[in-house]
Ligand binder design. Structure first.
Ligand code: KG4
Ligand code: ZN
Length: 340
């Protein structure tokens, strides 16, 4: 079965071809980062228009890369939500129009399910069951993954997602959009111990988390330094790097403590980390060293948004049942809706 996957939930247009016998055949991505950078964040209307512009050439490039034609497709999977309404509609319209023209099934995919299953795209992959830590710009959740489509929500952030905290903290430190990855690079230059930030809900005895207080703690520290030193402009570079490191330490501490707890609670020995923050070097390092646990990360290219994870999740659903398909988008779509 050959499935075309379309991702357009935010600021990346991803298109990929997944073959159930031969694996991932092609994968194309266009990132809108440069376009949104001058506004300091994603401008939804610009995002939608750009997805429309990119979808056809990226699909053509994918087919060419895999040496396939539209007639070879067995189904078309697309991200139905969650995400930006207009951006999702661009992908949904494209996928549904193509499916209608080719008389093939269309498979709506939950974006987070795509992320959660993306480590299964690697050669070294986990077996069911496993604990998944989903850490993206919009979500921070622990899931027990018992099989394809069989997920139990174990806990989640009650306010900001970890990626959101990275981005907001980066912004208040004056780093350009998208700040999360930049902040983690600067953390490498930080001196440990120069600051101490809270680990919210570290001892809450459940698997819920909170990251908005951490960002506020950084803001308070920055304001104090600026006031004490009569600074009107940017922080000294070393101070900024020290804050980056200690902020990252706090996030990683909370995520790794909760990951240990999730593994203990379920009795599972495998941990899968997915979503954009899964690209973070310190999180990777720490979670790879959990004793007695095998940790899996998606290949770097599939950590952030991409079409491969949507094509793969679509192919898995196609194998389970012939999808009914429906032409709608779900900008707000809790993963718990597809959870048992
Ligand atoms: O999964 P993703 O590409 O999009 C969403 O579905 O949200 O995740 C994007 C998030 C952003 O918040 C970004 O700052 C964060 O992932 N991110 C990182 C790193 N690379 C991306 N956060 C920390 N360290 C990184 N290296
Ligand atoms: Zn994502």
């Amino acid at each position: 079965m050959l499935v075309l996957g379309i991702e357009s939930s935010c600021d990346e247009t991803g298109v990929a071809l997944y073959d159930t016998d031969h694996g991932l055949l092609a994968h194309q991505l266009h990132t809108q980062i440069a376009m949104h950078a001058e506004y300091g964040g994603v401008v939804p209307e610009l995002a939608s228009r750009d997805h429309i512009r990119r979808l056809t050439p990226l699909t053509q490039a994918c087919l060419q890369e895999a040496n396939k034609t539209l007639k070879d497709l067995d189904a078309i999977a697309y991200t139905q939500g969650p995400g930006l309404g207009g951006a999702l509609l661009a992908g949904a319209s494209f996928a549904n129009a193509l499916a209608f023209a080719l008389n093939k099934p269309v498979i709506p995919v939950h974006h987070l399910e795509g992320h959660m299953l993306s480590p299964l795209l690697s050669e070294h992959k986990p077996a069911f069951p496993f604990v998944a830590l989903l850490v993206s710009g919009g979500h921070t959740q622990f899931m027990a993954v018992r099989n394809i489509g069989d997920y139990v929500l174990l806990g989640e952030s009650i306010d900001d997602a970890a990626g959101e905290a990275f981005d907001k903290t980066a912004k208040l430190l004056g780093l350009p959009y998208p700040g999360g990855a930049k902040l983690s690079e600067l953390a490498k230059l930080g001196q440990p111990g120069a600051f101490s930030f809270p680990r919210p809900m570290l001892h809450s005895h459940d698997l819920n988390m909170s990251f908005s207080g951490l960002k506020t703690a950084v803001l308070t520290a920055v304001n104090k330094i600026k006031n004490d030193n009569h600074l009107t402009d940017a922080l000294p570079e070393q101070t900024r790097n020290d804050i980056c490191l200690e902020f990252q330490n706090a996030v990683v501490d909370v995520l790794s403590a909760k990951a240990r707890q999730a593994l203990q609670q379920t009795g599972y020995r495998q941990l899968v980390v997915a979503g954009g923050v899964g690209a973070n070097w310190q999180l990777r390092q720490t979670l790879s060293q959990l004793p007695g646990i095998q940790t899996f990360f998606p290949p770097m290219a599939y950590c952030t948004d991409n079409g491969a994870m949507i094509a793969f999740a679509g192919a898995m659903h196609l194998a389970l049942a012939q999808p009914a398909g429906s032409f709608n988008v779900r900008p707000r779509w809790p993963l718990s809706d597809i959870v048992h």
